[in-house]
Design a binder for this molecule. Structure first.
Ligand code: ATP
Ligand code: MG
Length: 426
């Protein structure tokens, strides 16, 4: 019979990888905690309309990337392609927004039907951050300070740069769109195919076209900055000032737009040149109109999402995963003597009780000394504890270092506790 494989673009994470994921996730959780952000968990599936109404009908995601299906009740549901829409839906549904400030984060899988390649998958994972109820540039700056601190913690500061832009309010953006379309329509035949299509549906997206000919054409196009309203310009200036004062470097990229409809004012991306085409590891911006667009009261909002797979790739590429990030056991407890198993469990439980962070693996499955020693070595444990017949008789236990050249010692139960306390006190 043919075996069944995982779906293309949806990856298993094996123990070698999950240990790195756990490290990264723990770092991010600790960071968010340190800034007073609180976790929210939303379902992975939502009504299709939620995404159509928030992300926008003419975006790549809604046009061609969503996993949409009818459930048994014939309602159209969609596996979430991103977290912002669900987060806004949940916040509105539970009354988190009115007259309140919320600093929220979420983590989990997202689903997009894209062409799988390095850094681009069909099930991928994001950690997202959304702040509601604050309109000023100070909170935009806080989000960027926070991400900059994360890169420092992870050793990635030199690998990423911040690109920054402002999209203005919707009136100024609309006036710019009209001018841009007018200009580009005159040169339509020089546009790449995607951009020609977007001319009608989503002209702003043409700004980040990958085609060099299109980019050349844009050099002569009207500039968004010339259409911006004063309020947005001021917001942007203040944000840049705060970043300057905090010593955060950035590049203003006037062609930076985001693929989703709901952004206005600040938009940003942290990008790296070390992952090839999939270089954006963190992206976000301000979306003051979205809560209202989904039926709530006007609520200013700003947020971002990090792509966990890309961050893991970057950690690996930069070689900055700490050596302590490992699944290796500390202690492997061998029980080669007949009837030593229960005594082994007893000692292991005592150690786990005394040293809660110690990783103690008990040999199971029997076998002679040689076989058990092989398992001990395979476990990469630092020490093997051995309960042979002599040890059972004398009520002691032998300790053998599996690396280095300590002699094997036989210790009492108390002696063992002292020994381990000393070894792991550093
Ligand atoms: P891209 O331009 O690379 O397609 P995007 O603009 O579609 O990205 P967002 O919707 O802003 O991405 O998602 C935020 C982050 O999530 C991205 O910066 C990236 O790190 C990650 N991401 C997005 N799509 C994928 C995917 N298919 N596979 C892996 N990571 C992804
Ligand atoms: Mg995309």
């Amino acid at each position: 019979m043919k075996t069944i494989k995982a779906i293309r673009g949806m990856n298993d994470l094996l123990p070698k990888q999950t240990v790195v994921w756990q490290y990264l996730e723990a770092e991010i959780r600790a960071l968010l905690n340190g800034y007073g952000y609180q976790e929210i968990r939303m379902p992975v599936v939502e009504y299709t309309d939620l995404f159509k109404r928030s992300i926008g009908e003419v975006t790549d995601i809604v046009e061609k990337e969503m996993y949409t299906f009818n459930d048994r009740n014939n309602e159209s549901l969609t596996l979430r392609p991103e977290g912002t829409a669900g987060c806004v839906r949940a916040g509105e549904q539970h009354g988190l927004f009115y007259n309140q400030v919320q600093r929220l984060w979420y983590a989990g899988p997202m689903f997009r039907y894209e062409r799988p390649q390095k850094g681009r998958y069909r099930q991928f994972h994001q950690i997202g951050v959304e702040v509601f109820g604050l309109d000023g540039p100070d909170i935009d700056a806080e989000l960027l300070l926070m991400t900059a601190r994360l890169w420092r913690r992870l050793g990635l500061s030199d690998a990423v740069i911040l690109q920054l832009n402002t999209l203005g309010n919707s009136e100024s953006r609309n006036r710019f769109k009209i001018a841009l379309v007018e200009y580009l329509t005159q040169h339509k035949e020089q546009l790449d195919e995607d951009s020609q299509r977007r001319l009608d549906s989503n002209p702003l997206r043409i700004l980040d076209s990958k085609s060099s000919q299109t980019q050349q054409l844009l050099d002569g196009a009207p500039k968004l900055i010339d259409f911006l309203d004063n309020e947005s310009l001021q917001h942007f200036e203040q944000l840049k000032n705060l970043l300057d004062q905090a010593g955060i470097q950035y590049q203003v990229n006037p062609r930076l737009v985001r693929g989703l409809d709901y952004y206005g004012k600040t938009v940003f991306e942290w990008v790296t040149d070390q992952l090839g085409a999939q270089g954006t590891v963190c992206a976000g911006g301000r979306y003051n109109g979205l809560v209202e667009q989904l039926g709530g009261r006007t609520t200013p909002a700003v947020g971002f999402a990090m792509g966990i797979e890309r961050l893991i790739l970057l950690l690996e590429t930069c070689g900055v995963i700490p050596e302590t990030v490992s699944n290796d056991a500390d202690i492997y407890l061998m029980t080669p003597a007949d009837g030593a198993q229960s005594r082994g469990f007893e000692i292991a439980e005592m150690l786990r009780e005394t040293f809660p962070s110690l990783r103690v693996v008990c040999h199971c499955g029997g076998g002679n000394f040689k076989r058990q020693m092989k398992r001990a070595v395979d476990s990469k444990a630092s020490y093997a504890l051995i309960l042979g017949s002599e040890e059972i008789e004398s009520g002691e236990i032998s300790v053998k270092a599996l690396e280095g050249k300590h002699p094997q010692q036989r210790l009492s139960k108390d002696g063992l506790v002292d020994f381990i306390r000393q070894e792991y006190s550093a």
